[in-house]
Design a protein around this ligand. Structure first.
Ligand SMILES: [Zn+2]
Ligand SMILES: [Zn+2]
Length: 345
């Protein structure tokens, strides 16, 4: 089969590899769409350690089951499914609680095991979820990463309720969906904050009420003004930068919540305690999501309540993955999510 593999020395190659086999407890999926995430880019550029090389890239995907291994119940040939981005142990406290993002043994597809940028992928049956007929494969591919991650941050960690004023800092793939979901959950207003004019344009398409250039000297004031003076009740950060987390803490309203979902190596600073405690600010990390939350976003997409029609901003065939990665690196076309789309075999 054809696959996009990452080799030693940050080399991405489209090549022929043997078809994977569905072992005991596994299913094999004929991939129909795969999403390209910023993490793939970090891996391809050598900015993230990749434990298995060469490796088939990609951790977002959806397709059709084309082989079922021994002992698998509940799935059959021809079933439409979406893939979870990592294989989890199933046995730790996090897994037992259904919190897929917190399993310490998680092996992410495309990094620790072969991923979705291929014609076929074999994974444990616990790593797939049924994909309802009404959801296109390209939306199925991003539900278990860009959408569910945003849902966990917005619905669960921030607990956004009706009538709250929200700001989202970092409006790329995950942040874009955080805006859609904040609206869906009844936020009174959503301010988009990003350094890229293209990302702010996409955020406006997702019906953000206001936008703020994150690089502006008075970004803090601008966020407060856009949120109505006292500042947003909730600020959600998806940029993973020291400056943007500090901006989130500085601009949130008294008694507000800051949810940080952006991951990186930088170390933000808290304000002096007289301000941090005095304004009673909560700062919460947000990682991954639970199986129940993923099922919820699948349901929201299936019923049409969550409109993902603006989520896929470019489509490429599998062979064009290196070009698509380069487009994402240079943010050509103001991407929300780029998808690799494969014909039915
Ligand atoms: Zn991802
Ligand atoms: Zn686990």
């Amino acid at each position: 089969m054809k696959a996009v593999r990452l080799h030693e020395g940050a080399q991405v190659r489209v090549e022929e590899v043997p078809d994977p086999v569905a072992g005991p407890g596994e299913v094999r999926v004929a991939v129909r769409a795969a999403g390209i995430c910023g993490t793939d880019l970090h891996a391809a550029h050598g900015r993230l350690p990749v434990p298995k090389l060469p490796v088939v890239m990609g951790h977002e995907g959806a397709g059709v089951i084309d082989a079922v291994g021994e002992g698998v119940a509940g799935f059959a040939m021809g079933d439409r499914v979406l893939l979870l981005p990592s294989e989890t142990c199933g046995d730790c406290d996090a897994c037992r609680a259904g919190h897929l993002g917190l399993c310490p043994q998680a092996r992410i597809l495309g990094m620790a095991r072969d991923g979705t940028f291929a014609e076929r992928i074999a994974v444990p049956a616990t790593c797939v979820l049924p994909l309802p007929e009404g959801i296109p494969f390209e939306h199925g591919a991003i539900l278990a990463d860009a959408v569910a991650t945003a849902y966990h941050a917005v619905a669960t960690r921030a607990g956004i309720g009706g009538g709250e004023r929200v700001a989202v800092i970092g409006c790329g793939g995950v942040g874009y969906h955080a805006i859609l979901l904040a609206r869906l959950l009844g936020a009174k207003s959503v301010v988009a904050v990003d350094a890229s004019p293209g990302a702010l344009r996409r955020a406006a398409e997702a019906e953000a009420d206001g936008s703020v250039d994150a690089r502006a000297d008075d970004a803090r004031k601008a966020i407060r003004r856009a949120a109505g003076g006292a500042g947003p009740d909730v600020v959600i950060e998806f940029a993973g930068r020291k400056a943007s987390v500090e901006l989130a803490i500085a601009s949130v309203a008294r008694g507000g919540r800051v949810v940080v979902g952006g991951v990186g190596m930088e170390a933000p600073q808290l304000p002096p305690l007289v301000a941090f405690v005095g304004r009673e600010i909560a700062v919460l990390g947000s990682m991954g999501y639970t199986r129940a939350e993923l099922e919820r976003v699948v349901e929201l997409a299936a019923t049409g309540r969550l409109d993902l029609s603006g989520s896929i901003t470019a489509r490429h065939p599998l062979e064009a993955a290196p070009q698509a990665l380069d487009d994402l690196a240079h943010r050509r076309g103001d991407p929300v999510r780029l998808a690799l789309v494969l014909e039915a075999p």
